[in-house]
Each structure stands twice: as structure tokens, then as C-alpha cells.
Write a protein that binds this ligand. Structure first.
Ligand SMILES: NC(=O)C1=CN([C@@H]2O[C@H](COP(=O)(O)OP(=O)(O)OC[C@H]3O[C@@H](n4cnc5c(N)ncnc54)[C@H](OP(=O)(O)O)[C@@H]3O)[C@@H](O)[C@H]2O)C=CC1
Ligand SMILES: O=C(CO)COP(=O)(O)O
Length: 380
């Protein structure tokens, strides 16, 4: 399978896939990624913390706990011990929720062969530290090249071989620029590429990660407005202005604005804000319809990354002095107890700004308090 180019430059050679891949985390996305790498020809060992799930995957070639109706490749081996997943691995992917990445990275560090590249696949920012997932892993996995795999990729569709695209991003050292086909990013990309899964290569993990972390928060906002009865104009506005928030935060962290226009930014934002298949959009919708948080998803403990990340993303942005008003609005609702109607009416009544935000312009919003309150009531 050929990777055609890096940043528009044709590659002189084929990249070499990883022969043995460890996938750490047997939830929906870990299972889908493991299936993808196995279908591409890698020898994949999938570690899960539930022995019953591990045994069932090996016996039935289905994961009974996540995406349970999808047939998995018979070559995919699930293991109970992390050391068995990592033994002789050429590379690993860590696929657990963002707030568990530090703990799991620490466990990986105890067993991973020295220097193997590791891709983070969670979408979020660590709450206590404000660090990106790759920065957390760099602290816990010294000596390992650390990058990210991300994109608009619902796990079930990916595992069902729907045409899907994602991006593999690692920082490029000098040698990677001379031989991009040998870079960890290119090798992850070919290892994941199948006839239906198309992986792109990037040297901007920061830009890629910011897209993945912020899009979940914006998707909650889109869901809330949809749940409150608003439709396509509102959703398009939130998506577009959400891209602006991603670009500003990516740039402040040293990533590239143009990366945000790719699969992990605009791509994933579009996906996640378009469908209640998204857990983030779905949570927002349920809350927008007035469902109490404890009753959402019928009380099931569903991973909704944007919920905790509404706080971690806005904390980080405040520290960097980057205004991200949509994310602030979601935070105010989820964490500070502001009613949905009041929070969104205030978002819409902010001073008029320029687009793009480069122009230093801020004009008083002409709507009076009564009109803003009326809009708030329509959302309640
Ligand atoms: N699902 C999707 O479509 C996609 C998800 N992602 C991202 O992937 C990440 C994982 O999400 P996803 O797979 O969907 O979540 P799931 O809820 O489907 O699975 C989470 C998995 O992580 C395991 N886990 C949780 N905490 C720990 C821990 N401390 N130690 C070890 N294992 C742990 C869970 O084990 P257990 O079952 O025993 O609790 C479960 O196997 C998220 O950041 C998400 O945003 C990215 C792209 C697509
Ligand atoms: O990240 C995802 C798709 O790219 C999955 O989105 P949700 O976590 O909102 O379900």
C-alpha cells in the first residue's frame, strides 16, 4: 500500500509497516484500530483490562462489551497481560479515555521495548496539568517517539470497513525530513492503511491533538442547541466558529492553523457535530431537551470526552489568554451551573468581532437585555 505524499511532496519510497503492533485498550476505538491494523497485515495484540472481554474476543472474534455486532479478524489476538501485548512489539497505540492516559502510559513504560514509537489515540487534555496527550506520554515514556492518530472516525463504521480517513502525526526530526518514508508517522500510516482505511501523514501532532480535544466540546454545544429546538443555521455557526477556536488554541500551543483545516480538526468537528452517533453530540442533545445529567444515556457510564475537557480546554486557553467563547459556554453550563438558555443567549450577544480574528475589533452588541432574555427563554 503506497503513501503518496507528505505535505504535498511526493515520497521517493514506500514506507515499511510495523510487523507487530500492540493496542492498549479494548474499548470501541481500540478494538476498531486493532481490527484495522490486523486487516492491513500486522500481527496485532490487543490488551484489555477485562479478562472476560479478552477471552470472548479470542473465542468469538467479537468484543461483547463494545461494537459487539462487528466481526473481528481471526488473526487479532487479545491478551490479559500488558506485558504480553508489548513483548517484541515494534510500535504501540494507547487507546483509553484521556484522563486515564497518564496511568496507562506509566504501565506501558514498564513493558514496552526500548524506543518503540507510541501513538496516542485519546482525544483530550489532561485535567490537572493542561497537557496534551502526547505531552503526558512524553513525561511517562521517556526515550519513546510519541505521536498521535486522529480523525473523523466513528469506531463502529471503521470496524465495519466503511471508507474512513485519519491522520498519523509525529514530530519530524531532521532525518525524518530527509527520509519521510522512514518516519514513525509514515510507518503508522501504512500499518493502518487498508482498502477502506486511508491514513495521512503529518508532522504537527499539536495541531492534530487540539482539533481532537476541542471538537468534542463544540459537539456538546451543537447537541445542546439541536436539543433546544434550533437547526442548521445554528449548527453551521457553531462548527465554523469552533474551527476558529481550534485554530487560535493550536497556534498558541505551537501547532499550525492549517492543520486544523484537516481531518483531525474540520473533519472530526463536522462528523461529531452532525450525528447523535457521537456521544458528545448526543449528551448535548439530551441536556438541551431538558434531561437531567444523571438520566442521560439511561444512566449508563458512557465516555463523553468533551464533558471533562470543557474544563481542561478552557483552563488551558485562559492560561494562554486565548478567547474560546463556545467552549467557555459549554463549561459554564456543565461545570458552573449556568442555565443553557442564559449561557447561549449570552454567547450570541457578545460584542461584534472581526472574522478572522486578526483585526482588533470589538463593537458593542446592539440587542438590549430584554431581547437577549427572550432568546434565553426560547432555549429553556
Ligand atoms: N469510539 C470512537 O468512535 C472513537 C473514540 N476515540 C477516542 O478514543 C478514546 C477511547 O474511547 P473509546 O474507545 O470510544 O471508549 P470506550 O468507552 O468505548 O472504551 C474505553 C476503554 O478504555 C478502558 N479503560 C478505561 N479506563 C482505563 C484504565 N484506567 N486502564 C485501562 N483501561 C481503561 C475501558 O475498559 P473497561 O471496559 O474495562 O471500562 C475500555 O476498554 C477516547 O479519547 C475517544 O475520544 C477516538 C476516535 C473514535
Ligand atoms: O471521536 C469520535 C469520532 O471521530 C467519536 O466521537 P464521540 O466520542 O463523540 O462518540
Amino acid at each position: 500500500m503506497k503513501i503518496q505524499s507528505v505535505n504535498g511532496e511526493p515520497l521517493p519510497h514506500d514506507a515499511k509497516p510495523f510487523a507487530r503492533m500492540a493496542v492498549i485498550g479494548a474499548g470501541s476505538w481500540g478494538t476498531a484500530l486493532a481490527a484495522t491494523a490486523a486487516r492491513s497485515g500486522a500481527q496485532v495484540r490487543l490488551w484489555g483490562r477485562s479478562g472476560d472481554v479478552v477471552d470472548a474476543i479470542n473465542r468469538d472474534h467479537r468484543n461483547p462489551a463494545y461494537i459487539s455486532d462487528v466481526d473481528l479478524p481471526e488473526s487479532l489476538l487479545a491478551v490479559r497481560e500488558m506485558r504480553d501485548a508489548l513483548r517484541d512489539a515494534d510500535a504501540a497505540m494507547i487507546v483509553v479515555p484521556s484522563q486515564s492516559v497518564r496511568l496507562v502510559s506509566r504501565q506501558v513504560a514498564a513493558h514496552a521495548p526500548a524506543g518503540i514509537p507510541i501513538a496516542l489515540c485519546a482525544k483530550g487534555i489532561e485535567g490537572e496539568t493542561g497537557l496534551l496527550m502526547t505531552q503526558v506520554a512524553e513525561e511517562e515514556l521517556p526515550g519513546h517517539p510519541v505521536g498521535v492518530v486522529s480523525g473523523p472516525t466513528f469506531a463502529r463504521e471503521t470496524a465495519l470497513n466503511h471508507p474512513t480517513a485519519a491522520v498519523a502525526a509525529f514530530p519530524f526530526a531532521y532525518r525524518d525530513r530527509l527520509h519521510p518514508e522512514d518516519s514513525a508517522a509514515a510507518r503508522f500510516a501504512v500499518t493502518l492503511t487498508t482498502e477502506s482505511f486511508r491514513a495521512y501523514v503529518s508532522d504537527d501532532p499539536i495541531g492534530v491533538e487540539v482539533g481532537g480535544a476541542v471538537k468534542n466540546v463544540i459537539a456538546i454545544a451543537c447537541g445542546m442547541m439541536t436539543g433546544a429546538g434550533f437547526a442548521e443555521n445554528t449548527r453551521a455557526a457553531l462548527i465554523t466558529r469552533g474551527v476558529d477556536e481550534m485554530k487560535a488554541l493550536a497556534e498558541a500551543l505551537g501547532g499550525r492553523r492549517e492543520t486544523v483545516t484537516g481531518l483531525s480538526g474540520v473533519g472530526d468537528l463536522t462528523l461529531t457535530c452532525s450525528s447523535p452517533t457521537s456521544r458528545n453530540m448526543s449528551l448535548g442533545q439530551q441536556l438541551g431537551q431538558g434531561t437531567p445529567r444523571s438520566d442521560c444515556f439511561d444512566g449508563a457510564p458512557v465516555v463523553v470526552e468533551g464533558e471533562k475537557n470543557a474544563k481542561s480546554v478552557t483552563d488551558l486557553a485562559r492560561r494562554l489568554n486565548v478567547p474560546i467563547p463556545i467552549c467557555d459556554t459549554v463549561r459554564a453550563i456543565l461545570h458552573d451551573g449556568t442555565p443553557i438558555g442564559d449561557a447561549f443567549a449570552a454567547l450570541w450577544a457578545r460584542p461584534i468581532e472581526s472574522e478572522p480574528r486578526a483585526m482588533a475589533l470589538s463593537l458593542t452588541h446592539p440587542a438590549d437585555d430584554t431581547a437577549v432574555q427572550t432568546l434565553a427563554e426560547r432555549m429553556s
